[in-house]
Every structure is written in C-alpha cells, then in structure tokens.
Design a protein around this ligand. Structure first.
Ligand code: B12
Length: 211
C-alpha cells in the first residue's frame, strides 16, 4: 500500500523522484487521483507557502517543491481530465511584454495548478493582444499578469485596456504581481487583485472566483 505521508513529504522537500514514484504507486493501487492532489499534495504546498512566508523556506525550496508537484501533476492530470473534474477556475498567466523574468510567474502558475486551477501559461514577453486572444479562446475567468521591471509595469495597464477592447474585461478578473508591483499600483490600473507572493496569489484567486 502506497505511503501517502511519503507523497506529502516528497512535495514538501522538493523530492521529484519520490513524488512521482509514490503517485504512480498510489494510482496503480486505485487511489482517487483527486484525493492525491487535494488530500496530500495541496496541503504540502500550503505548508511550503507557510514556510516561505515565515522565511523558513526560500526561493530554491519553493522551486524544488513546485517541480515535485508538477511532476506528479503531469501523471495525474490526464486522469482528472478523464474524470471530468471541474477546475476551481481557468487562469491565463504570463509575464507582460518586454519582460523576460519568468521564475516568479512559473511559481504562481504551479501553485495555482496545485490549488486546483487549470492554468494556461503564455510564457514571458507576452503582448496585450495575446492575453486578450487567449482569454477569449480558452474561456478563462482569471488573467494573471507578472512584471519584474519598473519599465514593463505599464504593460499591465495596456493589457487591461486590450481586454476591454476585446470585450472580455467584464467577465474576467485580473490579478497582478511581481516584485515592483504593489496593491496601490494594482488599484491605480484597475486590477481586481494583487498578491505579493505565489501562495497569497492562490488565496486571492480563490476569493476572486467565489466573489
Ligand atoms: C533572475 C533575474 C533575472 C534573470 C531572469 C531569468 C528568468 N528566467 O526569470 C535575467 C538574467 C534574464 C534578468 C534580466 C534582466 N534583469 Co533581472 N533580475 C533577476 C532577479 C535577480 C531575480 C528575479 C526572480 O526570479 N526572483 C524570484 C521570484 C520567485 O520572485 P518574483 O519574480 O518577485 O515573484 C514572486 C512575487 O513577485 C509574486 N509574483 C510574481 N509574478 C506574479 C504575478 C501575479 C499575478 C501574482 C499575484 C504574484 C506574482 O510571486 C512570486 C513568487 O512568490 C531580480 C532581483 C530580485 N531580487 O528580484 C532582478 C531584477 C528584477 N532584474 C533587473 C534588471 C534591471 C534586469 C535587466 C534589465 C538587466 C539588464 N541590464 O539586462 C534584464 C531585463 C531583461 C528583460 N527584458 O526582462 C532589476 C529590475 C529593476 C527594476 N526595478 O526595474 C532587478 C530588480 C535587479 C536589480 N536589483 O536591479 N534578470
């Protein structure tokens, strides 16, 4: 019988190999894939987020945990899709035009996935129209914009304008983040949510979809 404490610890400790191995073993034994995610992996990521917030964990630990979680999710995702499990929401995420920083954005994407959201990651250096197009095509309900440079932050406002021009602004929530971004800036440009880190981002996304 697969030891699911091992799965929790593997994600918490960023042990990709063990995480994937225990996931495969549990699935082979007929464990519910959703239970593996919500009962064991998400709590581990919540603990990772808690440790990050109180500075017991730093970025390398976050990245390793996210990698372990992603590895297991790759095995589980096709099964969840086959079960028709409804995601918590559908998120389009990207770093705004001109900005190549994607480490924080990737973390936010991984934690959102871990939080049960379906994530469409457009990558870095994403033009405003591309965000708008993806929202329309994928029928997303949240857009997450990341910026790490003060010179690219205005790209968030331009993207919100592109969403308005495309006629989709009213039916989606916009979340912004990245080291130079603040709640005040989010308010100024008319975003719906801001998160200073990836674990806060998940809570904000949950709040926005249930609002
Ligand atoms: C790594 C790095 C790079 C790498 C990026 C590699 C990559 N694939 O991402 C490289 C070497 C390519 C790079 C290039 C440049 N960089 Co640089 N870079 C950094 C550095 C050291 C770390 C950034 C990082 O990954 N942090 C770790 C992640 C986990 O944190 P984070 O991104 O802030 O994300 C967290 C939160 O902000 C939040 N978050 C992020 N996105 C979102 C989105 C949403 C929706 C939400 C809710 C939350 C959220 O959650 C994340 C996880 O908790 C920073 C310094 C720093 N300490 O920030 C400089 C820094 C950002 N870079 C800087 C600069 C100037 C540049 C260059 C212009 C340098 C140059 N002269 O070429 C180029 C620009 C290239 C470009 N066009 O983008 C400056 C920016 C100054 C400014 N205020 O504008 C910084 C601050 C360094 C400095 N002190 O001068 N950089």
């Amino acid at each position: 019988m697969a030891d699911l404490t091992k799965l929790y610890n593997a994600v918490l400790n960023g042990d990709l190999k063990t995480s994937v191995a225990v996931t495969k073993e549990a699935l082979a034994e007929g464990m519910d894939p959703l239970e593996l995610v919500t009962g064991h992996m998400v709590p581990a990521m919540d603990e990772v987020g808690r440790r990050f917030e109180c500075e017991e964990y730093f970025v390398p630990e976050l990245l390793l945990a996210a990698r372990a979680m992603k590895g297991s999710l790759e095995v589980i995702r096709p099964l969840l899709a086959a079960m028709g499990a409804e995601p918590a929401g559908r998120v389009v995420i990207g770093t705004v035009k001109g900005d190549l920083h994607d480490i924080g954005k990737n973390l936010v994407a991984s934690l959102l996935e871990g939080g049960g959201f379906e994530v469409i990651d457009l990558g870095a250096d994403v033009a405003p129209d591309k965000f708008a197009q993806a929202v329309k095509e994928r029928n997303a309900n949240i857009v997450c914009l990341s910026a790490l440079l003060t010179v690219t932050m205005p790209g968030m406002k331009t993207t919100i304008e592109a969403l308005k021009s495309a006629g989709v602004r009213d039916r989606i929530k916009v979340m912004v983040g990245g080291a130079p971004v603040t709640q005040q800036y989010a308010d100024e440009i008319g975003a719906d949510g801001y998160g200073e880190n990836a674990s806060v981002a998940v809570n904000v996304a949950r709040r926005l979809v249930s609002a």
